[in-house]
Design a protein around this ligand. Structure first.
Ligand code: GAP
Length: 455
């Protein structure tokens, strides 16, 4: 059956995955809170990423840097001067737009990011692009809008106390490159991974959790000697794809890899490929893999006066490492995962069910235990408590069995165990699998083994 994003958003709210931010006060535009089950999925997603890119990868190490850094970091990285969006206002209704997005929505074959401001203004005029709110085609000139959130540190509110909330976690890694390399005695090539909040005062947030002003990033900065003859860019694209297909079970029909045109590249990048996902509103960037060269280390070395080179023990030569950066947003990945998982299925007769076909690696609960009748609550609870020691388990004793199955389908629980009257005699229970709805009868003493094989 077909599915749509509004219905999925309602479902995610009703089931405790994602709530509107500050809802009891009428909400806060484009802010979202993760409910009890959404928080579980998010935590598991981050753990999968951390395991794959940091803990289980012998080349890499992890880091947890501050959100507020010395403002000189953002000057050196180019964010203070260059991290802004081209903004225009409709002269009739006063609504505000990103000029590049207006153009790309008008003609999706055009890459507006590659145009100058003057070119964008001319394009909008020439094609008489209309304001999506009032229909007029009469805009102001483009103004630059800084995307970094500004605040003040300490009691004084003047220029000297201005600080920024980080718009990417990456710079926290670059400024700790030397500390980390020395402390862990790392040899090139090696990567430093980090998961953490980033903030951008986006002009056009939206599409649910796709683009928000507060979000989390999972970034790896992989440092290597440019003379080592390896193609680390392709290597990391491959690794990212394997992570998507083997850890998150992303279906190949939902994503594609797109290499950036030379004129669309960010100022720090010599080549970039995006993993794009087929979101309900169209293809969009999910994960960027950028070749940053030595742009960042070079900039920080020049601005701080600290030497950030690496002494190659083999050649005894100093080298400023180059960097490959795979960078992905946690919430954007959540949207992709939720959209792929959200399934509306027609059953026999007029019945239908909503199933969250989440990968087993990310489900809030592995297993649910339910007693068939009240008299069976006690032994069923005992089984639940036993399973809780090893698995993420939940217990449900309210409503009829059919309803309870639907409830577990709706949150993606892969296995539901029903304890019935026969269980008291034959010491077996019925276990039902989420996607196939197939049921089998299993000895209680063998359940843990059975589940261990599945997860
Ligand atoms: N350090 C590189 C960097 O930040 P980016 O392409 O601006 O590159 C990387 O961001 C990823 O972060 C994106 O692919 C996306 O998944 C996520 N992301 C960026 N801006 C976001 C926003 N406003 N809301 C949610 N996710 C965002």
């Amino acid at each position: 059956m077909t599915k749509n994003m509004e219905e999925m958003i309602n479902h995610l709210k009703a089931q405790g995955f994602v709530f509107q931010g500050s809802e009891i006060y009428g909400g806060l535009a484009n802010s979202w809170d993760y409910g009890p089950l959404g928080a579980e999925v998010k935590a598991k997603l981050k753990a999968e990423w951390w395991n794959y890119f940091v803990k289980k990868n012998p080349m890499n190490i992890g880091l947890d840097s501050s959100i507020i850094l010395n403002p000189k970091v953002w000057k050196a990285s180019g964010h203070i001067d260059g991290f802004n969006d081209p903004l225009i206002d409709c002269k009739k209704c006063g609504s505000r737009w990103r000029a590049d997005k207006l153009i790309e929505e008008f003609d999706e074959t055009v890459i507006a990011g590659a145009m100058t401001d003057l070119e964008m203004e001319a394009y909008i005029k020439e094609h008489q692009i209309k304001c999506a709110k009032c229909g007029e085609s009469n805009f102001t000139n483009i103004r630059k809008f800084a995307l970094m959130f500004k605040t003040n540190q300490g009691v004084l509110e003047d220029e000297s106390s201005t600080v920024f909330l980080r718009p990417e976690t990456a710079q926290g890694i670059f400024i700790n490159f030397k500390n980390s390399q020395r402390a862990l005695r790392k040899k090139l090539p090696f990567g430093i991974g980090q998961i953490g909040k980033s903030f951008r005062n986006e002009i056009t947030p939206g599409n649910f959790i796709f683009r928000t002003r507060e979000f989390e990033q999972m970034e790896l900065e992989f440092f290597y000697n440019p003379n080592d003859g390896e193609n680390w860019f392709e290597y990391w694209i491959d690794k990212v794809e394997t992570f998507l297909t083997h850890k998150l079970y992303m279906n190949k029909e939902y994503y594609r890899i797109r290499k950036h045109e030379a004129d669309e590249l960010a100022h720090y990048s010599t080549q970039t490929s995006d993993i794009e996902f087929k979101f309900p509103f169209g293809w969009g960037e999910l994960w960027g893999i950028a070749d940053r060269g030595n742009f960042d280390l070079n900039a920080h070395q020049a601005a701080s006066g600290e030497e950030l080179t690496y002494l190659d023990p083999q050649t005894n030569q100093k080298v400023l490492p180059h960097v490959i950066e795979p960078s992905v947003g946690v919430e954007r990945m959540m949207l992709a995962i939720m959209w792929q998982a959200y399934t509306v299925e027609q059953l026999e007769g007029d019945n239908s069910r909503i199933v969250m076909k989440l990968p087993y690696t990310l489900v809030p609960y592995h297993v649910a235990v339910m007693p068939l009748q009240k008299q069976l609550n006690e032994p069923a609870k005992q089984l639940f408590e036993k399973l809780l020691e090893t698995f993420d388990a939940t217990y449900d004793e309210t409503g009829n069995v059919g309803k309870r199955y639907r409830r577990q389908d709706a949150i993606g629980t892969p296995f539901v165990i029903t304890y019935d009257f026969d269980s008291l005699e034959d010491h077996k229970v019925t276990i039902r699998e989420r996607d196939s709805m197939l049921q089998e009868r299993i000895e209680i003493s063998k359940i843990e083994e059975y589940l261990k094989q599945k997860f």
